[in-house]
Design a protein around this ligand. Structure first.
Ligand code: FE2
Length: 298
């Protein structure tokens, strides 16, 4: 890939510099059409969690303990059993084992502080409180230091199965369990180190796509069956059957060169999926890519 000032992301032209110098968002912004926008109580709750989690992130205090409301617990209890049933059938074994080991239940929203301590003992990964979706490069600067940014707010109750942004259900039921696996933890850390080190926007974009089609929307081969390990799939009752069975999508073997040149649209149901043969395969592929890019992190 050659260096360029403009890149294509989500179908539009972007300035390569934005991939390297991320913007900072200092106040809560709910996007147009967000289901919580007209609900003043929800917005006030989100603002207070935004301030609390941002302070804990910037001051490196670890995830704050949250006193979840009855409404937030109700949403968790509505969504997590439905996901749990789908996970039992379709999630990869790494995920299922980890979810059990972390004792994530359908009844209580877990405290990320406790989970972070457990992860630290297992794979030396800790959780970093995030006030919302962080810019990609900021996100990977934490990951480079073996910290995984996680949100602690819950989606709006009017649409319990939908969220336009990553929330606690996406992060805790999608991203967190696989962090118990050493290969997954090392894969993620290397993406973080490489993305946080390179000064080339197009390399950051390539790493972002590698991550999107693995960490976020990856499928994996297991004993002749296709299973799910991507967090974006695992945290959505719609994406699990869509990713595995829809006839409107492509499911191709994970070939790095193809993956890093495939654009995607995060606001839609996904239409391209890649199936990795194993987690160690992904680690090796990533190491080869990072060497090829000449990023000095190995
Ligand atoms: Fe995610």
């Amino acid at each position: 890939m050659k260096d360029a000032n403009t890149l294509i992301e989500y179908g539009s032209t972007i300035d390569a510099k934005t991939m390297v110098v991320p913007p900072d968002v200092t106040e809560l912004e709910l996007e147009p059409g967000h289901p919580g926008l007209g609900d003043s109580e929800y917005v006030a709750r989100r603002k207070s969690l935004f301030t609390l989690c941002r302070r804990h992130r910037l001051e490196r205090l670890g995830p704050p303990t949250i006193d979840y409301t009855a409404e937030e617990t109700r949403i968790w209890r509505e969504v997590s059993p439905k996901l749990h049933e789908l996970h039992d059938q379709h999630a990869c074994s790494i995920y299922l084992k980890a979810k059990q080991d972390l004792a994530i239940t359908e009844t209580e929203i877990p405290q990320l502080r406790t989970i972070s301590e457990r992860l630290e003992r297992e794979t030396n990964i800790h959780l970093v409180p995030a006030e919302g979706a962080l810019p990609y490069r900021t996100f990977y600067e934490y990951i480079a230091e073996r910290g995984f940014p996680v949100t602690q707010f819950i989606r709006h109750g009017s649409h319990p199965e939908f969220t336009p942004e990553p929330d606690m259900i996406h992060d805790c039921l999608g991203h967190v369990p696989p962090l118990m696996n050493q290969d997954y933890a090392e894969l993620l850390t290397l993406i973080g180190k490489a993305a946080a080190t390179t000064q080339h926007g197009e390399q950051v974009l390539a790493l972002k796509r590698f991550s999107w089609f693995s960490i976020e929307f990856g499928l994996i081969e297991e004993r002749g069956e296709t299973k799910v390990f991507g967090a974006g799939i695992l945290s959505s009752t719609g994406e699990i059957p869509h990713a595995l069975f829809s006839t409107d999508v492509t499911r191709r073997p994970f070939v790095t060169e193809t993956v890093i040149s495939t654009d995607y649209d995060p606001s839609q149901m996904q239409k391209d999926f890649f199936i990795a043969p194993s987690m160690p395969f992904l680690r090796r592929e990533l190491e080869t890519l990072v060497r090829q890019f000449g990023i000095p992190v190995l």
